[in-house]
Design a protein around this ligand. Structure first.
Ligand code: C2E
Ligand code: MG
Ligand code: MG
Length: 713
């Protein structure tokens, strides 16, 4: 299609009507064409005067797009028809808008008819109508018009015209909050709208009014100045709006006043409140009906089992995003592992319980933004949240599910991939990918299907963070309880926040676990620890280092080769490295785990069972797998002095270790001399805790070492 000429535009408009019309670009609001009649009423004489000008400026004298702009309502299927009073021109128009595609841009074609004269005739006519006629028309308007806002607007226009008033409006009380809102308003041409100024007005301001409504019903105030006390709050509010007189009729539900219909500055039928009284009943009925409909609509968006929002609602939100996307978005997708098996083995009632439980945990963390999309599938849409806040919430959510014995879930998440814009589909896709990867990890299909799918986004990020030095390694000494010598250290990772503060691993580890990229961190910590160890060896110390490996890292197929390679590259014998695994590895496939531990030990590494006794301890794990060390959890040590049972558990646990050849014992979290003495008396081999030293940076650890250990030269 060639460039549109003036005559082409003209014929386009002329085809439609032959009167006032214009075309503008819907995206830029730039005027492409004004019909001759339109130019005339805007006081322009040639097209040059409106070229590259905005429609809101030329037609309405506004610097910003008009608050009543109809762009969002236009569709290619149907024209949009409306009436509007143009304040700049001081005239009423009957307007038809249509959507047209011109040279690939969506444009708005607006044709208007000047109906100012007709409008004036109509309102005189309305004022002259008999009360019965008027009532009939009010009723008809309220019930016939489907769009609520339009219905009430037309209705108020009739009422306003009948009284030849400046304004007609409805005020509704929110009794629960003890405030009143102006919910609908009609204004005569040239009269300012007040609806925005009358939201959440305290009901206390209207005490006198409510009393009057209760005792006499509808009433009039003929002169605000004379009838209201000079310092009264209601008088101040009314005067601020320039109101001199008014009529009001209460809306009464079950005898209680719940709002009113009002008319400002009436000039006709002033003494006749009959119309106002008569319509108030219908208004209330209509309002109730509207509320009911809204509730019904709301209900169609709720999932019955969980009370969460359902897929319908989710679809609607995604549609809304198309025209008004949030600034930032975090998406979480989550499903329940093995729900079908749960249903098969335990029955549907149990399956429902699991679903409800998951829904409960999700709502606790993300109230209002959780959707149940399908059988066992949930989605969270977190609007306008910072990346850090979102990551933190994911970590918390993760922890809540980890702690829950009922629900085993797979989680995927994503936050604004593209810094400038929110691409909901891309985010959902990434979140789904990640969840799928996690699911694979759960089922160890990894073993048969080769390497895990790469998680490009977050993996790239963590690699960058490592390169930027955002992770640092702290060392906490491990001490031989018999000799008091430092035998080694546990390497514990920390993250450096943007403001330089130190973030403990509890706050971020699970975030990277969920993302499936924790192995990058674990390997980085191992390499850093190896470098430290090499240095100590060169200085003549004979020590070992313990590193923590997440179970996600342990699932990596070539993990044994990779960690062996790191030790080799850093010239550290694997026998100096202990790999700590936590009890939660119990969730892994037993056979796979056994093979893995055998392979690691064959490569020379020692394996330590971390956090033993922390949660649901599984003694079987000690029977099935060979550990070089068992680390007794801090929680047991903590209660050692006060709690006799803890003492018993530790004592027999230590006995168990001694009985298993090749397994040493280490107590974590020793903070007091008392704890130390007890552990020594139970013949615990090694200890670690604040009593000796907190985890500290490399330099500090080396100072500690110098103060405590003679060099093995
Ligand atoms: P963990 O392996 O059980 O590490 C011991 C935790 O106990 C450390 O917390 C340490 O600071 C703390 N702790 C040591 N002695 C005391 C004490 O006397 N009193 C108290 N109240 N606490 C003590 P941290 O450094 O915050 O690490 C928390 C957990 O994060 C670790 O628990 C470990 O599971 C994990 N983690 C740390 N570094 C890494 C890593 O490089 N990779 C992986 N996957 N996980 C890591
Ligand atoms: Mg540990
Ligand atoms: Mg531990």
């Amino acid at each position: 299609m060639g460039r549109m000429e003036y005559k082409d535009y003209n014929s386009l408009v002329m085809d439609r009507s032959g009167s006032i019309g214009y075309i503008c670009d819907m995206e830029t609001y730039e005027i492409l064409y004004l019909s001759r009649a339109c130019m005339e009423i805007c006081g322009l004489s040639s097209p040059e005067e409106y070229r590259s000008q905005k429609c809101h400026k030329v037609l309405y004298g506004l610097d910003e797009p008009c608050p009543f702009c109809t762009n969002a309502r236009l569709s290619s299927e149907e024209d949009y028809n409306w009436e509007h009073y143009n304040e700049k021109l001081g005239r009423w128009f009957d307007i038809t808008d249509s959507l047209v595609l011109l040279e690939g841009s969506l444009c708005r074609l607006e044709i208007a008819r000047d109906i100012t004269t007709r409008k004036a005739e109509m309102s005189i006519l309305a004022a002259q109508l008999s009360l019965e006629d008027m009532l009939f028309r009010c009723l008809n308007t309220l019930t016939r018009e489907r769009d609520v806002a339009a219905a009430f607007h037309q209705f108020l226009q009739l009422v306003g015209s009948y009284y030849q008033a400046n304004r007609a409006y409805i005020i509704e009380f929110r009794l629960k909050d003890q405030v009143a809102d102006n919910t609908f308003e009609w204004c005569a041409p040239g009269v300012s709208a007040e609806i925005d100024n009358l939201q959440g007005v305290p009901l206390s301001v209207m005490d006198d009014w409510v009393e009057k409504f209760e005792t006499v019903g509808e009433f009039s105030i003929n002169s605000i100045r004379e009838d209201l006390a000079p310092d009264a709050e209601d008088r101040r509010i009314l005067e601020a709006q320039g109101i001199q007189s008014l009529l009001a009729a209460p809306l009464r539900r079950d005898g209680q006043i719940v709002g009113f219909v009002g008319v400002d500055d009436p000039t006709l039928h002033i003494d006749d409140l009959t119309l106002l009284r008569a319509v108030s009943g219908f208004v209330l009925e209509e309002l109730e009906k509207r509320r009911l409909l809204a509730e019904l609509e709301e209900m169609s968006y709720i999932d019955v089992l969980t009370g969460l929002k359902n897929r319908n609602r989710y679809t609607r939100v995604l549609q809304e995003y198309e025209s008004a996307p949030p600034l930032t978005l975090g998406v979480i997708v989550l499903d329940i592992n093995g729900l079908r098996e749960i249903n098969d083995t335990h029955g549907f009632a149990y399956g429902d319980r699991v679903l409800k439980q998951a829904a409960g945990i999700l709502s606790e963390h993300f109230s209002g933004s959780v959707y149940r999309i399908g059988g066992d599938e949930f989605t969270v849409l977190c609007e306008n949240i910072s990346r850090e806040a979102f990551q933190f919430k994911v970590v918390e959510l993760r922890a809540a599910f980890e702690a829950d014995p009922l629900c085993d879930v797979s989680i995927g998440f994503a936050w604004n991939l593209d810094a400038d814009s929110v691409d909901v589909n891309a985010l959902r896709h990434q979140a789904h990918e990640m969840r799928r990867a996690e699911k694979q990890a759960y089922y160890h299909s990894v073993l048969n299907e080769g390497r895990m799918v790469s998680r490009s986004g977050i993996a790239g990020e963590v690699v960058q963070e490592i390169a930027d030095g955002r992770f640092v390694v702290y060392y906490q000494p491990q001490v031989d309880l018999k000799s008091g010598a430092v035998v080694g250290a546990e390497a514990l990772v920390r993250k450096i926040a943007d403001d330089g503060s130190i973030i403990p691993p509890g706050k971020f580890i699970s975030f990277y676990e969920v993302g499936g990229v924790i192995s990058y961190i674990d390997r980085y910590v191992l390499r850093t620890a190896c470098q430290a160890l090499r240095q100590w060896m060169d200085q003549g110390y004979q020590l070992h280092i313990s590193v923590n490996f997440s179970r996600v890292t342990l699932l990596e197929r070539s993990i044994v080769e990779e960690v062996s390679a790191i030790c080799e590259e850093e010239r550290v014998p694997t026998s100096c490295i202990t790999i700590e695994v936590t009890e939660s590895i119990g969730k892994m496939d037993g056979e796979y785990l056994k093979q893995l531990i055998d392979r690691l030990r064959a490569a020379g590494f020692s394996i330590s069972l971390d956090d033993f006794g922390s949660q649901y301890s599984n003694l079987a794990i000690l029977a099935e797998l060979d550990f070089d060390e068992v680390k007794f959890d801090r929680s047991l040590i903590n209660s050692l002095e006060q709690n006799k049972k803890s003492r018993l558990v530790i004592e027999s646990g230590l006995g168990l270790c001694r009985a298993m050849e090749g397994t040493t014992s280490l107590a974590e979290g020793i903070e007091t001399q008392g704890q130390l003495d007890l552990l020594a008396s139970f013949r615990c081999d090694y200890g670690q805790g604040y009593y000796f030293s907190r985890p500290v940076p490399l330099g500090q650890f080396e100072e500690y070492l110098q103060g405590h250990n003679p060099k093995d030269v």
